[in-house]
Design a protein around this ligand. Structure first.
Ligand code: ADP
Ligand code: MG
Length: 157
């Protein structure tokens, strides 16, 4: 499947897109988020959390690497593996990927070898102060289906 591209013109739109994604998530789903600092990876994750009904404040887990939020409809495991560049450090990622929740990995390419093959890769590119181009690359049939549903929705893209 071709990647799908969404364009957002303010952070709230990125959050809304993420909330639509949240509605389609199932236990064991893995999403990766790539993009420069300030692209909107954490903004997207906050939208996911909101969509899952998580009330706790979600912020970048750079120093803790993994944060777990269990007060929503599905557990959310939020990883920021920026600090693990070129490291083979295994922090038990598989337990999260194979767990009952949804895992979101910021800077996922830093742990490329440890990522599951089936996943949704999301790339965010800054195309202006408040404009972002958000590309979804589904890997595996479940994620392809998910992307089809998203592209059928009337989200401006
Ligand atoms: P990252 O986690 O990728 O480093 P953050 O989500 O922490 O990025 O920061 C993104 C910043 O860009 C926030 O201050 C957010 O308000 C701002 N922003 C402006 N426009 C957008 C947009 N369309 N989508 C996402 N964030 C946006
Ligand atoms: Mg971040």
């Amino acid at each position: 499947m071709k990647p799908i591209i969404f364009k957002t013109g303010q952070s709230e739109e990125t959050s809304t897109l993420a909330m639509k994604v949240a509605a389609l998530l199932k236990p064991g789903y893995v999403l990766t988020l790539e993009g420069d600092l300030g692209a909107g990876k954490t903004t997207f994750t906050k939208g996911l959390a909101k969509g899952l009904g998580i009330k706790r404040n979600v912020n970048s887990p750079t120093f803790t690497i993994i944060k777990e939020y269990t007060d929503g409809s599905l557990p959310l495991y939020h990883m920021d593996v920026y600090r693990l560049e070129d490291s083979d450090e295994d922090l038990g990622f598989d337990e999260y990927f194979n767990g009952n929740g949804v895992t979101v990995v910021e800077w996922a390419h830093h742990i490329e070898d440890q990522l599951p093959l089936k996943r949704l890769d999301i790339k965010i590119i800054r195309s202006g102060d408040d404009h972002r181009e958000i590309t979804f690359h589904p890997k595996g049939s479940e994620y392809v289906e998910m992307c089809k549903e998203l592209s059928n929705e009337s989200f401006s893209n």
